[in-house]
Write a protein that binds this ligand. Structure first.
Ligand SMILES: [Zn+2]
Length: 463
């Protein structure tokens, strides 16, 4: 079958593919709002039915203590490789509603973009997968590999029950590769594949001074001030010149990016002024010495102060030595840092920096592990070829500074590596009013995924 039959089919069915997605987007599957619980369920049932129609042999609802997920599979031949697709069918809340040009659940096409809540995050990208399956089956009659699909209903609410699903369904979810379409490419003309996400670890610090707030005239000068003590501790955690994290052992397990990886990072355009504007017009970028802005975001760990409290902050003066002060700290982690270990190192550094005159306590909280799929992994290469064949350009290999907890769960619980083939654009307004999916990306995405199955079938063939 000539390669362009798939393109011909996709082109002939574009309008229907849009119309169907619009129907799916009409269901207000807001997982954070209990008033929409029935809608999330209806959405799951709608999706399961759509998966069957697209060609999955089996599709069912997986119940959780929260919102339901959908599982579907088309098992072609046990000798063929298996890919597992992950996505989510729930969406973010829509407020502020008055900033939407058209109603979030009455999707509308304007200027080549489909506007509506969930258009790209992630209902549109899940639908893209269904349409890719439909298209390949229509043109070829069968998939070149086994395909499984798991679509959760709580991603926008923290994926609270998802790991239970991964745990309980390990046997059924087993696959050779995880494919996730819930990210963006760099720009319309610069396709990209995300190969890494940072992990997370946290520490909460509490500084206790006197049992109660003291008069600063009667006691000031002889009693330690918890705010000053906290400031000393926090200031000790970064080197003021190199901006490196000054926690003993913090960098010991960091796997530094290779020269190849650094060259790849550098090949992805980065406009520092645009970045500063996105960051809310910060006057300058700043971070660990010796690394580029992009490397600091993608491949270097950080230690951030997320909140700080203590004393009086109301109007006027209040002349006290406060009884307590505290702070929340989180670290973004890179391979091969272990969240629990790093949290404990930071806790120990906090305790070691405690000045006399106060009692310092610190709780270490591990979080998600960093996940990185090697740029040499055959599935990354396969996805790269699939993308290149549609865009005509080799995609950039990127990472993201944040995390996708389900991807981390699959990696930790099942040892499953992921390729992140997302077709969003940076200006898609996800989580914000006027979310959109650029139709050109939607159509290209269907074709990319159709080719991805061919590429993966070859790249992951075991014999
Ligand atoms: Zn999403």
């Amino acid at each position: 079958m000539p390669e362009n039959d798939l393109d011909t089919y996709c082109a002939a069915n574009e309008q229907r593919h849009v119309d169907e997605l619009i129907e799916f987007l009409r269901i207000p599957s807001i997982s954070a709002d209990p008033a929409h619980a029935a809608d999330v369920r209806r959405n799951a049932e709608y999706l399961a039915e759509a998966a069957r129609k697209a060609g999955f042999h089996h599709a069912e609802i997986i119940e959780t203590a929260g919102h339901p997920a959908v599982y579907a599979e088309r098992l072609v031949d046990p000798k063929l490789p298996t890919a597992l697709i992950y996505g989510h069918h729930d969406v973010q809340p829509v407020d502020p509603l008055n900033e939407w040009r058209t109603s979030p659940f009455e999707p509308e096409v304007r200027d080549g973009n489909l506007y509506g809540r969930g258009a790209v995050d992630d209902k549109g990208q899940v639908w893209m997968h269904l349409k890719a399956v439909e298209s390949v089956l229509a043109v070829r009659g069968e998939l070149p590999l086994n395909l499984k699909l798991i679509v959760e209903g709580e991603e926008e609410s923290g994926s609270v029950h998802f790991e239970e699903i991964v745990d309980a369904e390990q046997a059924r979810l087993r696959a050779d590769i995880l494919v996730v379409s819930d990210t963006s490419i760099v720009a319309p003309g610069i396709p990209s594949l995300c190969t890494g996400l940072r992990g997370l670890a946290g520490v909460q610090v509490q500084v206790q001074g006197p049992a109660l707030d003291l008069h600063s005239g009667r006691f000031g000068g002889d009693v330690a001030n918890p705010i000053a003590s906290l400031a000393e501790i926090l200031a000790s955690l970064h080197d003021p010149v190199t901006r490196r994290v000054r926690v003993p052992g913090f960098y010991d397990d960091v796997r530094e990016p290779s020269a190849d990886e650094r060259a790849l990072f550098a090949s992805v355009p980065f406009d520092v002024d645009e970045f500063r504007a996105e960051a809310g017009d910060v006057p300058a970028t700043i971070g660990e010495a010796g690394w580029t802005d992009r490397e600091r975001l993608w491949a270097r760990p950080t230690l951030e102060f997320n909140g700080i409290w203590g004393g009086y902050s109301g109007p006027g003066q209040k002349t006290i030595i406060p009884a307590t002060a505290g702070a929340k700290i989180t670290c973004r982690l890179v391979p091969n840092q272990d969240p629990q270990h790093i949290a404990e190192l930071v806790r120990d550094a906090v305790l070691a920096a405690a000045p006399i005159g106060v009692t310092v306590t610190a709780n270490a909280v591990g979080g998600g592990r960093p996940v990185v799929t090697s740029i040499d992994h055959p599935a990354v290469q396969a996805a790269s070829r699939a993308m290149e064949s549609v865009f005509g350009i080799t995609p950039a290999l990127t990472r993201e500074g944040g995390s996708i907890p389900p991807v981390e769960s699959f990696a930790r619980v099942m040892g499953l590596q992921a390729v992140l083939v997302g077709l969003g654009l940076p200006d898609d307004q996800i989580h914000a009013p006027n979310e959109k999916f650029t139709l050109d990306m939607y159509f290209k995405g269907i074709r990319v995924l159709g080719r991805l199955w061919d590429e993966l079938a070859v790249a992951l063939r075991t014999s």
